[in-house]
Design a protein around this ligand. Sequence first.
Ligand code: ADP
Length: 418
Amino acid sequence: MKILVLNCGSSSVKFQLAETDAELIEQNKDRVLAEGTLERIGGEALLTFETMNDGEEKRTSRSAEPVRDHAAAVDKILKWLISKEAGIKGLTSLAGVEAVGHRVVHGGEAFSSSVKIDAGVIKQIELCIELAPLHNPQNLKGIFAVQKTLGEAVPQVAVFDTAFHHTLPEHAYLYAIPYQLYRRHKIRRYGFHGISHRYVGFRYRTIAGKEKDEVTIISAHLGNGCSLCAIKRGDSIDTSMGLTPLEGLVMGTRSGDLDPAVVEYIAHKEGLTLGEIQTLLNKESGLLGVSGLTNDMRELLDEVRDTHDRRATLAVQMFCYRLKKYIGSYLAAMNGAAAIVFTGGIGENAASVREKVLNEMQWCGIELDKAANEKAVKGAEARITTEASRIAVWVIPTNEELLIARDTFRAVMNLPQK
Ligand code: ADP
């Protein structure tokens, strides 16, 4: 089945066209046939389209042209997918796109798994806009755009970033604030990056030859946004992001955990509004805020290596220290773990960050294999601890789009999710 996977942001749409079915999933052989991005929608947009036909070099085309809105963006993607230029084998008309899977950021308490989209689901996603005002409206735009361009008959599936965390127990998802605030407004920890944590858990269990309920691991998704997930017997039982993605680890531009009293203090001292402080904590903090240089880990590591810049060094140190503390707390929460898995742009590529975090963890039996860690930078799955290490540490590249395609296939075919 050819499935279009869409990830719609405020002014961008990322897409992949994946080929998957029950047999391909079983053999881990489902493939991406094409992918691309449209950025700066609403004006002169930048389009990048790539095709990967079997046995051929990746073909890339780039252009700039006006794209008015999300519906126009989806229309452009579909027209390109069936064009001669894309040359996708077996796809010559829109009828070949059999289903569409959407990444939807917030499913609130309503969704514990991926679902086929109907009017009721759209209503629920709308109700979650309050919880994710920056993301859910964009995801809905993508859903409406597909309805408009492909028609209502093509099945669409919503895959939620929050759904994997629906197994968090009450004592982990509640904040210790008056209980009625949860009852009245559903103020609680939801967690995000669930698609990535679930994918990584699935790959680990495949590699380790284990059943789902035998998997007790910590998954560290470290990209621009960063979160940790404690997966016990296959289920998420704790995660570092909360009501919003601001809580938890130090991130590219987000502060992560901080004393809530800091907010009022900043308001008082700097004369900022709550909205301005929200922006400061989400967009001007984290690696960027501490270093004063950049939110990009690769650039920071270059700076540390080349100039020993003090604040760049401090930002990296704070990032690693917070991560180490969280790993320690999840090991305590789960009475240990069989493995820790690193993923995301930083988790997959920054060997020196992994080394800083895993150093001096002999207390829990982690023994880093330095050579394996240095080598694990090319997007391949790799174990980076010695055979003797009591906890295995892995680098597993995430593939959220593939999981969205698989969930879409299963939801359309009414098959159980894994
Ligand atoms: P997003 O969360 O937007 O999907 P990514 O998962 O691509 O982001 O992660 C982006 C982060 O990964 C950036 O901080 C980037 O610097 C970092 N990164 C990518 N490659 C490397 C590398 N080779 N070394 C260190 N950091 C890297």
